[in-house]
Design a protein around this ligand. Structure first.
Ligand SMILES: [Cu+2]
Length: 179
């Protein structure tokens, strides 16, 4: 019985702790340019600073403006910072940066930031146009990834508890009674 109790708590611990260790995935802490801002001159590179070192594999950054996507070459990953170079032909105007990054825990993170450049790298100018819709880095995914494992943990514990108690009762019942 003592071994049985020890095994039960071992399984219980594994069920409760395993999902919790996988809940914290990285977020984009800051960007340059910052989301929703106006910059005087179009930057020659866009940077995203993550909360932890991302996995370089699968990193994608698009910089879409009046002339389409002006991202030049592949993004580079240096520690927590992802850098995307911008074409020297990038005009002034409204830009939407769409990123897809592989979090340290292997989860993909995607989102967009927007900014306005008053002067382009090509020397053109643009007054601020209509507000560009801003989408924050996937909050529904991060919320569900915290709630779901906790719910699964509780369900898992109840299932394990049921199996253990049921098994124990069945074993007791099967034992021959001494008359
Ligand atoms: Cu994650």
């Amino acid at each position: 019985m003592r071994r049985f109790v020890a095994l039960f708590f071992l399984v219980l611990g594994a069920v409760v702790l395993a999902p919790l260790s996988a809940t914290a995935h990285d977020v984009v802490e800051s960007t340059s340019p910052a989301d929703g801002t106006t910059v005087d001159t179009m930057p020659s590179e866009i940077t995203l600073t993550m909360s932890d070192d991302p996995i370089a594999l699968g990193t994608q950054v698009l910089v879409k403006g009046p002339a389409g996507n002006v991202a030049q070459g592949d993004p580079s990953v240096d520690g927590r910072v992802i850098t995307q170079r911008v074409s020297p032909d990038a005009p002034a105007g409204d830009y939407v940066v769409t990123y897809r990054v592989t979090s340290n825990d292997g989860h993909p993170i995607s989102g967009t930031i927007s900014f306005h450049a008053t002067v382009g790298l090509d020397g053109s100018t643009a007054t601020q146009g209509a507000a560009v819709p801003v989408t924050k880095a996937d909050p529904p995914a991060s919320q569900s990834s915290i709630v779901a494992p906790v719910v699964l943990s509780v369900v898992g514990v109840l299932v394990v508890l049921g199996i253990v108690i049921g098994g124990w009762l069945a074993m007791r019942r099967k034992q021959p009674t001494h008359s």
